[in-house]
Design a protein around this ligand. Structure first.
Ligand SMILES: Cc1cc2nc3c(=O)[nH]c(=O)nc-3n(C[C@H](O)[C@H](O)[C@H](O)COP(=O)(O)O)c2cc1C
Length: 372
């Protein structure tokens, strides 16, 4: 408590270790899908300008939007970038080189959409742990419309291909010069569908108790680590809530956090990224926040995400030792230079969903910001 009272914003600008690297500060850009890739999943000059904006704006760490991992069932959105081929990976090189030159670390988020796939030119069905109709409806601002499709369930050999997709895309990310990868285990996408009781009705070794529901995480992380070696950052992201379910809580409560975060440490991740609507709220009734549970249980560097607009929330979570980094999403969209503004004690713009309308792409955001 005392520390919280006396902590000032300077704490956000202290260097912080991540894997074998050191980020120049504790401020990260949260992964944000911008549906602004070319139709073939490569990225171009507009994306370069966008990511450079964050490095110029003072962020020490940039986590990319979720990149699809294979040409099977992973793609979620039209114009989502992929990292499933050398061509797609190479298209990131100019971005990676430029933001690194500007002093930022850049991590590729690897994402398999599973049942939440809204668009996938490589397949005409969505695949998931089990044939369960996803809650909610597809997201219009990512070109979606109407209910999600009913997915088919993955066979054991399909699961092996999912794992191979993560491994191959991690190797491609390493070759393209990224500093690391983040395995997207959050927000309702494929890996979270395995973790979540109501979307995983499997009776094999990938379903049932929590250890089984986490098996695919373990297999992916261990295989990725073995392929990329120790010098490449491997992180993982967890949430309780989902893009299509804002109420879900881990049914095993705090003991789920114990099992999950302990396992992640054993698998060899370099960091855990937690996301909650507000990063400091208790994860379970009477418990600490998900970030601080992850910190206490794993002892690893933690990136906490959710609800940072003004610096105070970030200062508190870092000052209390509950996280090592904060990642910023919507406030960063509205202020690519959030760190520089905070450093200079200048006002920040308020985020407005009109920035992402009608499609959440870079053109619309640029137009909105120009007219402000
Ligand atoms: C436009 C948009 C796209 C997003 N895309 C992703 C994504 O690709 N991967 C991911 O893990 N989270 C994604 N998120 C969630 C953010 O990373 C973050 O968790 C969320 O915005 C809450 O943080 P905030 O309160 O700082 O905005 C997205 C959020 C927004 C607003």
């Amino acid at each position: 408590m005392d520390r919280k009272m006396t902590t000032t914003k300077e704490i956000l600008f202290k260097p912080s270790k991540l894997g074998k690297l050191e980020a120049s500060n504790k401020l990260a850009v949260a992964p944000m899908t911008r549906v602004s890739a070319n139709e073939d999943g490569t990225v171009g000059p507009l994306m370069k300008e966008y990511y450079e904006g964050y490095a110029d704006g003072g962020f020490g760490l940039i986590i990319t939007e979720g990149l699809y991992t294979d040409k099977l069932f992973s793609q979620g959105y039209r114009k989502q970038p992929g990292i499933s081929s050398v061509k797609q990976a190479n298209s990131w090189r100019p971005i990676v080189e430029s933001v690194q030159q500007k002093g930022a670390i850049i991590i590729a988020q690897l994402m398999h959409a599973g049942a939440l796939s809204q668009y996938n030119p490589f397949a005409n069905t969505a695949m998931a742990p089990s044939e369960v109709q996803p809650l909610g409806e597809q997201m219009p601002f990512y070109y979606g419309d109407g209910p999600y499709r009913l997915p088919r369930s993955l066979t054991t050999s399909d699961i092996k291909e999912v794992v191979e997709g993560f491994v191959f895309s991690s190797l491609l990310a390493k070759q393209a010069g990224f500093n690391g990868v983040e395995i997207h285990g959050a927000n309702g996408y494929l890996l979270d569908q395995f973790l979540t009781q109501y979307t995983n009705l499997r009776t094999d070794e990938y379903g049932g108790d929590l250890v089984n529901r986490l098996r695919i995480f373990k297999e992916i992380i261990e295989a990725v680590r073995q392929s990329v070696g120790q010098d490449f950052i491997v992180g993982v992201r967890f949430s309780q809530k989902k893009v299509n379910d804002l109420d879900y809580e881990w049914p095993e409560g705090e003991s789920a956090a114990e099992t999950t975060f302990k396992l992640m440490r054993e698998c060899g991740v370099d960091y855990i990224h937690t996301t909650e609507p507000v990063l400091s709220v208790p994860a379970f009734e009477g418990s600490a926040s998900l970030a601080s549970l992850a910190k206490r249980i794993s002892g690893l560097p933690i990136i906490a995400n959710g609800g940072v607009v003004e610096p105070q929330l970030a200062i508190n979570v870092i000052g209390n030792g509950n996280a090592d980094f904060v990642s910023i999403g919507k406030a960063a969209l509205a202020n690519q230079d959030w760190p520089n503004l905070v450093k200079r004690s200048e006002d920040t713009n308020m985020f407005d969903f009109a920035m992402l309308a009608p499609i959440a792409d870079l053109e619309n955001s640029k137009r909105y910001l120009k007219n402000m």
